[in-house]
Design a protein. Structure first.
Length: 313
């Protein structure tokens, strides 16, 4: 009886605590910006580039009693049918001719592999997914302005446009190393389906940290949200902003291996490597940042709560 009363009292206290305790920290609104687009369905299984056809030189031809030696006139005078009679001689000549033709092709082709000799390069069918996160001091206001401007004007509907978004975003980060406080990176290589799943998981995980995406430009679909959408996006307690968090997620053909971020040097290297991806490799892109709305803040407690895997640099 006493235990039942005790547990009931605890439940009542917890209920009153949840009801009457200010929710500024636990339920604080977080605004976010988003730029990106693309699709993993555009990943080719093979990149084909027509090249000049390479043929073995033809000599006297096949129909002259092997007199031309399959394009090598010196074979017959040297070996002759007198040295190799019957079926054994025929097989020996075919083997020697094939060896010489192959050697000649390798020499003329500069050591090309089989794919190159057919006029295409056959890269790995693997797709890489790379993610870089940077936490900056809120004094880097120019960065927010750069990202806002990029979201308003960027062409995210083409590979070249998305590559430019990636380059401009990483350049904006590289211009403010004095404000870097936190950093993290990760990358993996997988098949198309697994890579697409991982990319979507990373993107959804980051987007779920926002109460609302107040500015977005995805595949050239632009959207600007505000209080008219029915969401109070700005904290009203007057707390000054402390940090800006920027996340870049890219899906690209081939291997992209990022260094583990442990200090500012490794963070810079990770930013440069992901920013170097060109439109010919970039399949999908997400550039996310918070806060985006004027007056919104990101505190140290927010960083510890929502970005537990990020490291001090």
């Amino acid at each position: 009886m006493i235990k039942r009363f005790f547990y009931g009292a605890i439940a009542i206290v917890l209920a009153f605590t949840l009801i009457f305790t200010p929710a500024d920290n636990a339920w604080a609104a977080r605004s976010g910006g988003r730029i990106g687009g693309g699709s993993f369905r555009s990943a080719p299984s093979r990149s084909f580039s027509p090249g000049p056809a390479r043929r073995a030189p033809v000599g006297g031809g096949y129909g002259y009693g092997f007199g031309g030696g399959f394009g090598f006139p010196f074979l017959l005078p040297f070996f002759g049918f007198g040295g190799f009679s019957g079926i054994f001689g025929l097989f020996m000549m075919l083997a020697i001719a094939g060896f010489l033709v192959r050697t000649f092709q390798n020499v003329m082709g500069g050591g090309m592999n089989e794919g190159d000799s057919l006029g295409y390069s056959a890269p790995s069918s693997k797709i890489s997914v790379a993610k870089v996160q940077v936490g900056l001091l809120a004094q880097a206001r120019d960065l927010q302005q750069d990202l806002n401007r990029l979201a308003s004007t960027a062409d995210t509907g083409t590979p070249a446009g998305r590559a430019k978004v990636l380059q401009e975003s990483t350049l904006a980060l590289l211009r403010h190393p004095e404000y870097w406080v936190y950093g993290a990176s990760e990358s993996l290589e997988a098949g198309v389906d697994a890579a697409e799943t991982k990319f979507n998981q990373l993107a959804l995980n980051e987007r779920s940290k926002f109460t609302a995406e107040t500015l977005s430009n995805v595949d050239n679909e632009r959207d600007v949200a505000g209080k008219s959408a029915g969401v109070d996006l700005v904290k009203s307690d007057g707390t000054p902003n402390e940090y800006i968090m920027v996340t870049i997620i890219a899906g690209a053909m081939g291997k992209v291996e990022l260094p583990k971020v442990t200090d500012s040097q490794s963070l810079e290297q990770a930013i440069r490597q992901i920013g170097a991806l060109g439109g010919d490799r970039l399949l999908a892109l997400e550039v996310l940042w918070t806060p985006q709305a004027i007056g919104d803040t990101l505190s140290t407690d927010d960083i510890l709560t929502y970005y537990p895997d990020i490291n001090l640099v």
